[in-house]
Ligand binder design. Structure first.
Ligand code: RP5
Length: 221
């Protein structure tokens, strides 16, 4: 699945990889007795359409997943948020996931809790990379969502990040890095954000060291 995910990321830049991926998907479907998909392409994005979409399994997921949206906005990455469930509204989910191919969306972030199969369902129809953020929505505190989203059967990858808020933020950065494969400006904006995180840590560490007696200050010799 890691190999297919890497190919999905590169497919937006290299048409020959997109073609190879389509053939791989068709072979997999044929082995299970299903017809090949129509050839969609994620290369021809609508000019003002979203580059990344954030899908939530329930309205109750949006509190956490707005962190992804906020960071995507800070990174100047066009995005939209949508709510649909894989078991509560399966047809709405299927239609939305298929539409993402036609709209040229470059990556999808999915936040869901409980038995979080939503990311896998999106990945069944959407041809680009899918990032899953498992959410802590039940008494199992996210273990249920983590285990159900991370154990995808081979052939249909979903990349999973950490449970909850930390994962929601990292999903935005990872989606930005995926865009960065073919968009140098996006890559630079994500890197600038990372540098900001580093300089914040250094400032906070320096302030802490300054508050300690000289002999207790850690140093590189
Ligand atoms: C999942 O069930 C959703 O992703 C959500 O995390 C969880 C609980 O949903 P609600 O009962 O709060 O709508 O489908």
């Amino acid at each position: 699945n890691a190999g297919v995910l890497a190919a999905q990321i590169l497919a937006a830049k290299y048409p020959e990889i997109a073609e190879g991926l389509s053939q791989h998907n068709d072979q997999m479907k044929a082995s299970y007795g299903e017809a090949p998909s129509a050839r969609e392409t994620t290369q021809n994005a609508l000019p003002d359409g979203p580059e990344v979409v954030v899908v939530c399994g329930s309205e109750s997921d949006t509190g956490t997943m707005k962190r992804t949206v906020t960071l995507l906005n800070e990174l100047d990455i066009r995005n939209e948020l949508y709510v649909t469930g894989d078991v509560r509204t399966p047809e709405r989910t299927r239609r939305y996931a298929l539409s993402l191919n036609e709209r040229g969306v470059k990556a999808v972030v999915v936040g869901a809790g409980a038995s979080a199969a939503l990311a896998g369902t999106i990945a069944a129809y959407y041809q680009g990379p899918v990032i899953s953020v498992p959410l802590a929505s039940t008494a199992l505190a996210g273990w249920d969502a983590l285990l159900s989203t991370v154990q995808m059967p081979s052939g249909v990858p979903v990349g999973s990040v950490a449970v909850g808020a930390m994962g929601a933020k990292n999903a935005a950065l990872l989606a930005g890095q995926i865009l960065g494969v073919h968009d140098k400006d996006a890559k630079d904006r994500v890197w600038a954000h990372r540098k900001g995180i580093s300089s914040t840590l250094i400032k906070e560490a320096d302030a802490l060291l300054d508050s300690l007696p000289e002999e207790n200050r850690g140093r590189i010799i």
